[in-house]
Design a protein around this ligand. Structure first.
Ligand code: HEM
Length: 435
């Protein structure tokens, strides 16, 4: 697997037309599902009301965790559909393209969309505008001296802040964004490795509506993680129930992560020596008391816990330490990536202008039966006032990927100017294709 955010979740599933393989047994109102794993019977949970021959196996995707929870499966499925939608559209406008070219070009666009959605739409809301400017800032081009490897501290502590943002309840909503009596709320543990609930209980749409119209769990210092995750977590490598908080702490120790204060120093933040110091960054005194009782000295605090429990920065969902660690990682992933979507000669200017128009909401509109979405899928709003019909959600125009033939040969890639529209500027396709 690669470190870069490029949609690698979709790898290794190609068919002959440059499409990703799909499920040939089940459809979601005519739309595609991920294929099932070849290893049957798979360990995924089954509907207890049906017989063995109606088994729904675990899905197969580029990431073995795609069936962990059905909301994650829904996102994998959405991107599978987006790849195939793009591949079909690209083939329509470039009928001379081989399956390999179609696959690579669709994959390249999906990779760019992942980068845009992550860095433009998601990360600023997590670390806040100030930390975004401080640690990430504007793109200035590829820097070959930057190592973009995902760091131990990022994967084992900082980005696991997400575990405190998970709702214990999974909601499925109807087209009016209301609770659907036929699809009652589920406890999170009821959707661990349960792909049957996606296929037999309404498909993607109700689940994605639930994600769009309900907030992530607000992380509060008195209750960082919900009990569905600390008492009832199920993973395939273990038969019993697990505790994700313990896993995170133990994983940090397994990986030899330095302690909380060391990482604060790494980020240029003041070291904390006493409970009074701790209270300058953790408002809740009961929590700092408890932490001191357990760890005796702030330097002993496990970095995942210390980072997680800090007061949020303004406009952020993390405190200063995780904002720094996530910000630095995101900058390295961007600046150290030769194929970053904004880097020179990766996409044409016209293609970049089109890519910028796209969003997660547009991907949802294009690949589900959902007709109303918020303009920004990461910004919580109320239905209907904060939602727009899909016909009003901007998206990219794939004409910027159309190759023009002259005398039977591909000579030009059309560059559509975003600002003035016409006249079109033409460049040699050799200069433009980077597949
Ligand atoms: C219901 C939702 C989720 C479940 C059940 C879940 C579960 C897990 C589990 C079991 C692990 C492996 C723990 C270990 O053995 O060390 C893990 C790792 C991880 N999780 Fe989650 N997770 C969820 C959501 C999230 C979210 C929302 C984020 C971030 C926004 C996140 C970030 C991570 C990261 C960065 C790792 C480490 C991955 C690696 O190093 O390969 N998780 N998660």
């Amino acid at each position: 697997m690669t470190h870069y955010p490029k949609g690698w979740i979709l790898r290794n599933l190609t068919s002959e037309e440059g499409l990703l393989r799909v499920n040939n047994k089940h459809h979601d109102n005519g739309q595609e599902y991920l294929p099932f794993t070849d290893r049957v019977p798979s360990p995924c949970a089954q509907d207890s009301n049906v017989s063995e021959d109606e088994r729904i196996e675990c899905f197969m995707a580029g990431d073995s965790r795609s069936s962990e929870v059905i909301s994650l499966t829904a996102m994998h499925t959405l991107w599978l559909r987006e790849h195939n939608r793009l591949a079909r559209a690209l083939k329509t406008i470039n009928s001379h393209w081989s399956a390999e070219t179609v696959y690579q070009e669709a994959r390249k666009i999906v990779g760019a969309l992942h980068q845009i959605i992550t860095l433009r739409d998601y990360i600023p809301k997590i670390i806040g505008p100030d930390a975004f400017n401080q640690y990430i800032g504007l793109y200035k081009g590829y820097d070959p001296t930057v190592n973009p490897t995902v760091s131990n501290i990022f994967a084992t502590a900082a980005f696991r802040f997400g575990h405190a943002t998970i709702q214990p309840i999974v909601r499925r909503l109807n087209a009016q964004y209301l609770d659907d009596p036929e699809l009652p709320h589920l406890q999170l543990h009821e959707v661990f490795f349960s792909p049957w609930r996606l296929i037999k209980e309404g498909g993607l749409d109700p689940l994605i509506r639930g994600l769009l119209a309900h907030p992530a769990k607000l992380q509060v210092q008195g209750q960082l993680m919900n009990e569905e995750l600390t008492d009832k977590l199920f993973v395939l490598s273990n038969n019993g129930s697990l505790d994700l908080a313990s896993l995170n702490l133990q994983r940090g120790r397994d990986h030899g992560l330095p302690g909380y204060n060391d990482w604060r120093e790494f980020c240029g933040l003041p070291e904390l020596e006493t409970q009074t110091d701790l209270n300058t960054i953790i408002a809740n005194q009961k929590i700092t008391e408890k932490i001191m009782e357990l760890y005796h000295n702030p330097s002993n605090i496990d970095v995942w816990l210390g980072g997680l429990v800090e007061d949020f920065l303004p406009g952020a969902r993390t405190g200063p330490l995780f904002a720094c660690l996530i910000g630095k990682q995101m900058k390295a992933l961007r600046d150290g990536d030769r194929f970053w979507w904004e880097n020179d000669n990766v996409f044409t200017e016209a293609q970049k202008n089109e890519l910028k128009k796209h969003s997660l909401s547009r991907v949802i509109c294009d690949n589900t039966g959902i007709s109303d979405v918020p303009v920004d899928a990461f910004q919580l709003g109320k239905f209907p006032q904060d939602f727009k019909h899909c016909s009003n959600i901007d998206g990219m125009n794939l004409e910027a990927w159309q190759e023009i033939f002259q005398e039977g040969k591909v000579i030009f890639t059309r560059i559509v100017s975003q600002t003035c529209g016409i006249p079109h500027k033409f460049l040699s396709s050799n200069e433009q294709l980077n597949s």
